[in-house]
Design a protein around this ligand. Structure first.
Ligand code: AP5
Length: 222
């Protein structure tokens, strides 16, 4: 399309539903989904140098060093598809330093979404989460069980999804959330993520549709 593509950041605590909403956003808006968690997990399972460095941090529930993640993200965002279709950045920036790195490169989103979910719900969501290594889809043993036995048999749990590690991930998230938000305060949108995923998506959908319309209008001088 001729208008500038949409640039979106999605943030929120562990298991607030970022990945789940991103699946739906990508389907509707065709943005390139850049998830630092997914990119890092792919590096780990491929046994690359980055993966080997990141593995221990991830498995213990702590943050991977900024320079590793920042290099990965900026490389991915500079690829043509993200430039042309727009992007959906999930799980980055996660620290003030990371936000500053993007600002320095003049990489700014049109909107900063914050998914808000109470702590006790987050822990249950992590402990019950399962991933399909074939399709990459996200399930939950109670909330979103797999469609059939074949999928069920191949589902895997994440090593950082134990109750203890989730608590430490949540604490790290809380330590950083405010300073990251301060960078995007004027474009931030808080969304109640403690509702059925379709209801949450409906709100995100109308938000993004409005942002897209505004962009098109300002581009054509209307
Ligand atoms: P990452 O993969 O980004 O983990 P996270 O932020 O902890 O987020 P999650 O993937 O746990 O949750 P989500 O919000 O995507 O929820 P989901 O949709 O899956 O990062 C992992 C690790 O990588 C980090 O700990 C760190 O080590 C490293 N890393 C990544 N980025 C980094 C960075 N920038 N800097 C440094 N290190 C970095 O949903 C969760 C569950 O809930 C699922 O089971 C789902 O089915 C269910 N669910 C979803 N929505 C709903 C709903 N509305 N109702 C009921 N259940 C729901």
């Amino acid at each position: 399309s001729k208008s500038e593509p949409l640039k979106v950041m999605i943030s929120g605590a562990p298991a607030s539903g970022k990945g789940t909403q991103c699946e739906m956003i990508v389907q509707k808006f065709g943005l390139v989904h850049v998830s630092t968690g997914d990119l890092l997990r792919a590096e780990v399972s491929a046994g690359t140098e980055i993966g080997n460095k990141a593995k221990e941090y991830m498995n213990s529930g702590s943050l991977v060093p900024d320079e590793i993640v920042t290099a990965m993200v900026t490389a991915r965002l500079s690829i043509k598809d993200a430039q042309e279709k727009g992007w959906l950045l999930d799980g980055y920036p996660r620290s003030f330093v990371q936000a500053e790195s993007l600002e320095k490169l003049n990489i700014r989103p049109d909107v900063y979404i914050m998914l808000d979910v109470p702590d006790d719900i987050l822990i249950d969501r992590c402990v019950g989460r399962r991933l399909d290594p074939v399709t990459g889809r996200i399930y939950h043993i109670n909330n979103f069980p797999p469609e059939d036995d074949e999928i069920k048999a191949r589902l895997i749990a994440r090593p950082d999804d134990t109750e203890e590690k989730v608590k430490s991930r949540l604490q790290i998230y809380k330590q950083n959330a405010e300073t990251v938000l301060s960078t995007y305060l004027n474009i931030s949108m808080k969304i109640d993520g403690n509702r059925p995923k379709g209801v949450v998506f409906k709100e995100i959908d109308s938000l993004l549709s409005r942002v897209q319309k505004d962009k098109e209008a300002s581009k054509s001088g209307k």
